[in-house]
Design a protein around this ligand. Structure first.
Ligand code: AMP
Length: 543
């Protein structure tokens, strides 16, 4: 027997309408190339999104067309999100930090009709324009006065495009299964793959993100996504904030700048912020060096890469800020797990153990770990295997691919290696491609990195497997020192004793000036391996 309830469609238009009716006076504050502090309301933002949707129709955009964006986190990008998705177009966010060949490939593959570009990315697009015959024109995200000189054909100024468009756009009633947004994975091997998000998936994901044991946003909060809007929809914050009426603070091109992040937090009373560990290193370093405080900041959501204990400690001890560790991926919209509040009465050792985990599955996500033959492994916190997931906001098939992305029994293989304990806490130990296998046994590079970055003289650390005559592979620790600190590599390796099994301890420690990062701010082990291609174990260690 069927239930007898209405078939309301779960669409991003629903989010927009809800915010328009309830929170039209709440603010969006952005930094843009042409304005150090742009400020307006959700009401104004959605009005302009309607004008943009109308302009896109006049430009000939047809339902289902992909509209590409190469843009920072700011109010115009926010307008683009809604104008495209809610008018039946697909918002294709492109990561401008990718190699230009990959950007060209992505634009061609998605068949983007129009590209909306921040002035800063005009040179990148100019360099590949010849390979983009399918793109009808380029809209530059600025006002007339800031229009750059460019060799791009058919360029339009964003503000000029909106001028004169009527207010009160009539948004279509969309099917919840229709495509809303598109984001390509960074592509560690082969070409990047497109993840095509539906309105339904994005709406359900927004509910999941907003749960009290997840981002838990409230109306009178101010949230600052320091995760780019070109990477998995800034972890859904441009959807979640308007649902709750939270103020949205968008740092534009200044995401890696500790000074700007500090100023935004202080001046806009930001109390929630989200981003990868690297941005928090930049903020914490700035706060340390300038002895500044960020009293409004209450919680920071850290994901995209394992959050070192040192970041959690410094936030908590110096600034009274609670860090929540989260895990997810492009294919998961992205939220998979979240490490919520822990009660005060948990013993310090146990607190630390649990907080370093990536957290529990968001409601809507199921997880399992399996061995090489696909057999389920126990959730005992010890066994580790390939992490697989399923749920309504997880990718089933990549864009334009005929093949399913799932296992024969319907799970998505994340490419991560993990443990799950009896309380459901996920512990990511590695990426399948990054695991170090020494004498046939796995060593967790993440655990070793966490130990290293907890040392005050180490700013950043990565552990990679290096071929070894006897053991196949052995771990090598690569560190970037904290500015001004002296590093004694023997002593650093000594400090691993008692913290991990003896055979896990890296055989050597290399001090470098920088460790390469991916376009999304994570340590790029692939590039690090290339950088260290000539590294050889010292004579005494090679056999
Ligand atoms: P992306 O699709 O580019 O966002 O990358 C997703 C991948 O980032 C995951 O599959 C993990 O390997 C890694 N990742 C994300 N969050 C975490 C985390 N909290 N701890 C460790 N790895 C993470």
């Amino acid at each position: 027997m069927h239930g007898l309830m209405m078939q309301g469609q779960l669409t991003l238009t629903g989010i927009m309408r809800h915010a328009q009716e309830n929170f039209s006076t709440r603010e969006i504050v952005s930094i843009t190339a042409d304005n150090p502090r742009h400020r307006y309301t959700y009401g104004e933002a959605f009005e302009r999104a309607g004008q943009l949707a109308s302009a896109l129709q006049k430009l000939g955009a047809q339902p289902g067309d992909c509209i590409g964006t190469l843009a920072w986190n700011d109010h115009r990008h926010f307008e683009l999100y809604y104008a495209t998705s809610c008018s039946g177009l697909v918002c294709h966010t492109i990561n401008p930090r990718l190699f230009t060949e990959q950007i060209a490939y992505i634009i061609q593959h998605a068949e983007d009709r129009w590209l909306f570009i921040d002035p800063a990315f005009v040179p990148v697009v100019e360099s590949i324009a010849a390979s983009l015959p399918g793109v009808k024109g380029f809209v530059i995200l600025c006002d007339q006065a800031q229009m750059p000189a460019t060799t791009l054909r058919n360029t339009i100024c964003y503000e000029a495009l909106l001028t004169g468009e009527p207010s009160g756009f009539s948004w279509p009633e969309l099917n919840e299964q229709s495509a809303a947004a598109l984001c390509y994975t960074s592509g560690t091997t082969g070409n990047p793959k497109g993840v095509l998000y539906s309105h339904r998936a994005m709406t359900l994901h927004t509910y999941g993100v907003l749960m009290p044991n997840a981002f838990s946003l409230q109306e009178y909060e101010a949230v600052m996504p320091v995760v780019p809007m070109f990477h998995v929809n800034a972890w859904s914050l441009p959807y979640a904030a308007p649902v709750m009426g939270a103020k949205l603070v968008l740092p534009g091109p200044k995401m890696g700048c500790g000074e700007t992040l500090c100023a935004l937090i202080q001046e806009e009373n930001v109390n929630v912020a989200a981003g990868v560990p690297t941005v928090w290193l930049a903020l914490l370093q700035y706060l340390r060096e300038t002895a500044q405080e960020v009293p409004s900041l209450q919680r920071v959501i850290v994901g995209g890469a394992a959050c070192p204990w040192s970041i959690m400690q410094e936030f908590e001890k110096r600034h009274g800020v609670y860090t929540h560790h989260a895990w997810g991926m492009t294919e998961m919209s992205p939220l998979g797990t979240f490490n919520g509040w822990l009660p005060e009465n948990i013993q310090p050792q146990e607190r630390r153990r649990r907080r370093l985990k990536q957290g529990r599955a968001a409601f809507g996500v199921e997880m399992r770990i399996v061995d090489d033959s696909g057999k389920r492994l126990p959730h005992d916190g010890i066994a580790f295997g390939a992490l697989q997931v399923r749920g309504p906001w997880i990718c089933e098939r990549y864009f334009k691919s005929e093949a399913s992305a799932l296992t024969t029994d319907g799970w998505f293989d994340t490419g991560d290696v993990a443990t799950i304990d009896a309380d459901g806490y996920l512990g990511i130990t590695d990426r399948t491609k990054d695991v170090i296998k020494s004498g046939g046994e796995w060593i967790s590079s993440i655990e070793l990195e966490n130990i290293a970055v907890a040392m005050p003289e180490i700013r950043e650390a990565a552990v990679i497997g290096i071929a070894h005559e006897k053991w196949d592979e052995r771990p090598l620790l690569v560190v970037v020192p904290t500015p001004g600190a002296a590093v004694d590599t023997t002593e650093i390796l000594d400090r691993f004793h008692g913290k991990v099994a003896r055979w896990w301890i890296p055989d050597d420690c290399l001090v470098v000036e920088t460790i390469p990062h991916t376009a999304t701010g994570k340590i790029s082990k692939k590039d690090l391996r290339i950088q260290l291609a000539d590294y050889r174990w010292p004579e005494t260690l090679s056999a």
